[in-house]
Ligand binder design. Structure first.
Ligand code: FES
Length: 682
């Protein structure tokens, strides 16, 4: 029989979720088949049937789409190794050990992404997306030849020989910190050890970074988003992909400056400023490591890989790099590509072999956090035109699809975070977060953070006694101004209509302009003309940045919008659009992708292919410097109007009664001097 006929008769095996398929001779080991197809199936014990990491599940049935009729008995019967494992440990019914199963017929094999062999409590991270694994760390169990007087090969050399023989790793580099401990570890394990091999890039030499006596059937990694306000850390098992603990805390650098630019100024004014801030953030990270380890009972020494993301200034300060150059044009990054480092070099209290990977930065103001959001949401993986916006003191904007991706930052200032607003405050109990204004009576109803009922619902007055009503946070500011516009209190040019003062005592004279009284109580909270202006300036800067990117791609509509970061999670997309923060788009295609930077970091932690993917994508992203684009000013002036002077919002108009357009007033011009302050993102 010729080869071709033989191949067609051979069983067809399809692995899910990767979708890789191939034909194999009957009797082929399933783990070997997966390896040949490049499907990542975990294996710590190297097929000895003791680690239980290589589990698979056969999907039974006729899968016409794939041309496969798959059945459990298309695998060899339960073998001795599997029986032994199932007796000692729990093997979920229906699961098989791929290292001990042979192909006997066509198969659709599911590689579960949640194989756990230790009884760990899995914490639901805010984002529970399953990430296909291909980590940079591989745990490799080996049996090492005992020393022999006639063979003078050293203990470590015999470990290396075993790793080459069983795992195919040649030319291994060994971390120096292991040398003094190799002999004792080997003897403690009675000549069996588990080696942690780090191999991030295919072209790199493998490194032996940790060595454990006997079978070490677990290894962990952390993924961390260093925000300028908050740091969020997730601890995941590198062998199951499960997130087992999460923790967050404020960035202690806040004491050196609220927003990023004031932190850069601090560095410029204080000779030891950079060092102090680097130390502060690393201390906070060590605190978070202790916290996630305490939550999960994991030994920090078992955390072997880490991924960090952050905006460019956070990225630099974490690495101990002076961020002064990021404070002014041309906003030069010390390093824009991905950073590979050692946790010990960054004073993180982890295993001496623990590696650090930082995602690349996109540009001087579009950081590794935006790269992580991009990796998570994947505009480059889809045909639809997707806009990603991370709003902070600077907005980071990424726009594109599988054809082309562009990115920019825009100097929105801190108004969206409640700064520069007379009654603005950070999101905290007692802050007004939601606002509705009756268009007839102009009376507001509000919802306050930490209090369940709206202000016109039973129980509000009692509950409010605990928190008070102290100010308006970012989402509340967006809503109150949008509602003022919808109720006709402010014109499309953002002017508070003083004529309405005769209609409602909520409109009051305030010098030469008017204000709206949002709250009367212990504190009187008013929205002043200056507040409206501050929001107009911020949103115009954001919108103008987005328009520049749309011009670049020669598009006039968006298919999807993702609002990232904390702001994105709390803002109501409808109000963001009424104000004209973002262009018109079906509201059901606008979503908060709050945790996207953390998810992107986890993807890079658990799968080195995602590292290559984002490195490649970032190189291909075209960076636009908004400050240098002549059309920015024009877009900015049009964007001062609500929602916009020239751009229509037909999809928004389908769901919201937008006020009639009025004749142009001078107010947009009032901003035409346009503040072009460059700020860094918060
Ligand atoms: Fe360890 Fe199969 S590889 S049990």
């Amino acid at each position: 029989m010729d080869q071709k006929v033989l191949e067609e008769k051979d069983p067809l095996v399809l692995f899910m979720p990767s979708g890789r398929r191939g034909r194999f001779k009957k009797g082929t080991n399933v783990l070997d088949a997966a390896r040949q197809l490049g499907v990542y199936v975990e294996s710590v014990c190297g097929g000895r049937g003791i680690c239980g990491r290589c589990q698979i599940e056969v999907q039974e049935g006729n899968f016409a789409k794939h041309g496969i009729t798959s059945a459990n008995d298309h695998l060899s019967p339960f073998g001795a190794k599997e029986k032994r494992y199932a007796e000692k440990r729990d093997l979920i019914s229906g699961r098989r050990l791929s290292c001990s199963s042979m192909i006997e017929g066509d198969l659709l094999i599911d590689v579960p992404q949640d194989v756990q062999v230790n009884a760990q409590i899995v914490r639901k991270a805010a984002d529970t997306r399953l990430i296909e694994r291909n980590p940079a760390i591989q745990m490799c169990y080996v049996e090492v030849e005992e020393p022999d007087m006639h063979k003078p090969l050293g203990d470590l050399d015999r470990v290396k020989a075993a790793l080459e023989k069983d795992w195919g790793f040649s030319d291994i580099i060994v971390d120096q910190h292991l040398l003094p401990r190799v002999q004792s570890i080997l003897r403690a394990g009675n000549w069996t050890v588990t080696a942690a091999i780090h191999k991030d890039m295919d072209t790199a030499r493998p490194s032996l970074i940790a060595l454990y006596p006997g079978l070490k059937n677990e290894a962990y990694g952390i993924a961390c988003d260093i925000g300028s306000t908050t740091i969020a850390m997730h601890l995941s098992s590198l062998l199951s992909g499960q997130t087992i603990a999460s923790a967050g805390r404020s960035n202690p650098q806040i004491r050196f400056g609220e927003d990023l630019m004031s932190r850069v100024s601090y560095v410029m004014m204080n000779p030891d400023g950079c060092e102090a801030m680097t130390k502060a953030v690393r201390n906070a990270l060590n605190g978070l490591i202790e916290e996630v380890c305490a939550q999960s009972g994991v030994d920090p020494q078992d955390i072997l890989d880490t991924v960090f993301v952050g905006n460019p200034i956070m990225h630099h300060l974490f690495l101990g790099i002076d961020p002064t150059e990021l404070g002014g044009a041309p906003f030069a990054l010390a390093v824009s590509g991905a950073v590979h480092s050692w946790a010990s070099d960054l004073n993180l209290a982890l295993n001496p072999g623990t590696r650090v990977y930082m995602l690349p930065c996109i540009a001087g103001h579009v950081g590794a956090d935006a790269a992580a959001v991009t990796l998570s949401e994947g505009p480059h993986r889809q045909d639809q035109m997707m806009l990603l916006v991370d709003v902070g003191t600077n907005a980071e904007i990424v726009l594109g699809n599988s054809q082309r991706v562009v990115a920019a930052s825009s100097p929105t200032g801190p108004a969206f975070e409640g700064a520069e607003i007379s009654c603005g405050q950070r999101a905290a109990p007692g802050a007004i977060e939601r606002v509705r204004i009756d268009p007839i009576t102009l009376e507001p109803r509000v919802r306050v953070l930490g209090v369940e009922p709206w202000s016109d619902e039973p129980g509000f007055s009692e509950q409010i006694e605990k928190t008070g009503v102290n100010g308006v946070c970012g989402s509340g500011i967006i809503e109150v101004i949008a509602e003022m516009y919808l109720a006709g209190i402010i014109s499309e040019d953002g002017v508070i209509n003083g004529a309405m003062a005769s209609q409602s005592s909520r409109i009051i004279e305030d010098g030469r302009t008017f204000s709206y009284v949002l709250w009367e109580g212990e504190n009187r909270l008013t929205i002043t003309q200056n507040d409206v202006r501050a929001i107009q300036l911020a949103k115009a800067a954001l919108y103008a940045g987005i328009k520049l990117l749309m011009d670049k791609l020669e598009i006039d509509h968006l298919d999807r919008i993702g609002l990232a970061g904390a702001f994105g999670s709390f803002i109501d997309p409808k109000y963001a659009m009424v104000l004209g923060l973002v262009p018109d788009c079906s509201l059901d295609r606008v979503e908060a992708v709050g945790n996207a930077a953390g998810t992107g970091a986890r993807m890079a932690l658990l799968n080195r292919d995602h590292r290559r993917e984002i490195e490649h994508t970032v190189t291909a992203i075209e960076k636009i410097e908004t400050a240098l684009e002549p059309k920015f000013q024009e877009h900015f002036v049009y964007a001062m109007a609500l929602p916009n002077k020239v751009d229509p919002f037909p999809k928004l108009a389908e769901v919201v009664n937008l006020p009639e357009k009025t004749a142009p007033q001078d107010s947009a011009g009032g901003a035409s001097g346009g503040r072009r302050r460059r700020r860094s993102r918060g």
